[in-house]
Each structure stands twice: as structure tokens, then as C-alpha cells.
Design a protein around this ligand. Structure first.
Ligand code: HEC
Length: 121
């Protein structure tokens, strides 16, 4: 009986330790994002060459901004795409840079609605 309760106490400790590990890992996976640094990383890693300087697309790749896809999609695509875009492994492009690039693209404002431009109406 005594042994059992020590065991269950130990199990709880192990569980707490595992949960702490997982959550610290999750935090490492979601670094603080900086749009400014993301802009630099976007240029440095050549994303602009296919997606345009403000993610407008139309060079060799589709537009990435405004209406940037969610970070989960973004990361999965950039890491594992096997289509016409070359995949970027973590060795080439860090998680921090990728998160920053996403923040940069998300920070790009939407252009004005053409209906509000007198010249176009
Ligand atoms: C050599 C040209 C090229 C470069 C460089 C490039 N891309 Fe792409 N990218 C593409 C093409 C082409 C597609 C569409 C591919 C497809 O649909 O399979 C694409 C698609 C994407 C998509 C998915 C868009 C969507 O709406 O589904 C994301 C996100 C993306 N690129 C991000 C990046 C980032 C970030 C970089 C820089 C680290 C980058 N790309 C560099 C050509 C490029």
C-alpha cells in the first residue's frame, strides 16, 4: 500500500516534468516575432525574387500579402513543399527568421479599395 502511494506520487512528478518540458519546447517553437527583422530575412533569403518585395507575387510565386496564410500553414509549406518552390530546411532558414518573415508579411497593409479612388471610377 505504502509503496503504491509512493509510486503514484512519483508518476505525478514524472508527468509534471514531461508537461514542463513540452511547454518549454512549445515556447521555443514560437519565438517572439519581429516584422523589421522579418523584412531583412525576407530579402536575405531571396523570397522577394519570386514573391516580390512586398509579397505582391506575380514574379515566379503567388502573392503572400496581404491576407497572409496562418503561421502553421506557412511554416509547413516553406519547410516541406515539394512543388515548384524549393523547400527551406531549418539549416538554411531558422525558425526565428521564418516567424519574423511571417510577421513582416502580415504587417503589410492592404491597398485602398479601387472604389475609393476617384481616378478609377
Ligand atoms: C524560386 C522561386 C521562389 C522562392 C525563392 C521562394 N518561393 Fe515561395 N513559392 C514559389 C512558388 C512557385 C510557389 C507556389 C508553389 C506551389 O503552389 O506549390 C510558392 C509558394 C509559397 C507559399 C505558399 C503560398 C500559398 O498561398 O499557398 C509560401 C507561404 C511561400 N511560398 C513562402 C516563401 C518564403 C517565406 C520564401 C523565402 C524564404 C519563398 N517562398 C521563396 C516560389 C518561390
Amino acid at each position: 500500500m505504502k509503496n503504491n502511494s509512493i509510486n503514484s506520487y512519483f508518476n505525478k512528478l514524472v508527468l509534471i516534468a514531461i508537461m514542463a518540458l513540452i511547454s518549454s519546447h512549445a515556447m521555443a517553437q514560437a519565438p517572439q516575432a519581429s516584422a523589421d527583422k522579418g523584412k531583412q530575412a525576407y530579402v536575405k533569403n531571396g523570397c522577394w525574387g519570386c514573391h516580390g518585395f512586398v509579397g505582391q507575387g506575380g514574379i515566379a510565386g503567388p502573392k503572400l500579402a496581404p491576407e497572409t496564410k496562418p503561421i502553421e500553414y506557412f511554416q509547413a509549406f516553406v519547410r516541406y513543399t515539394n512543388g515548384p518552390m524549393p523547400p527551406y530546411s531549418e539549416k538554411i532558414l531558422s525558425n526565428q527568421d521564418l516567424t519574423d518573415i511571417h510577421a513582416y508579411l502580415k504587417s503589410i497593409p492592404k491597398g485602398p479599395d479601387y472604389k475609393t479612388l476617384p481616378l478609377l471610377n
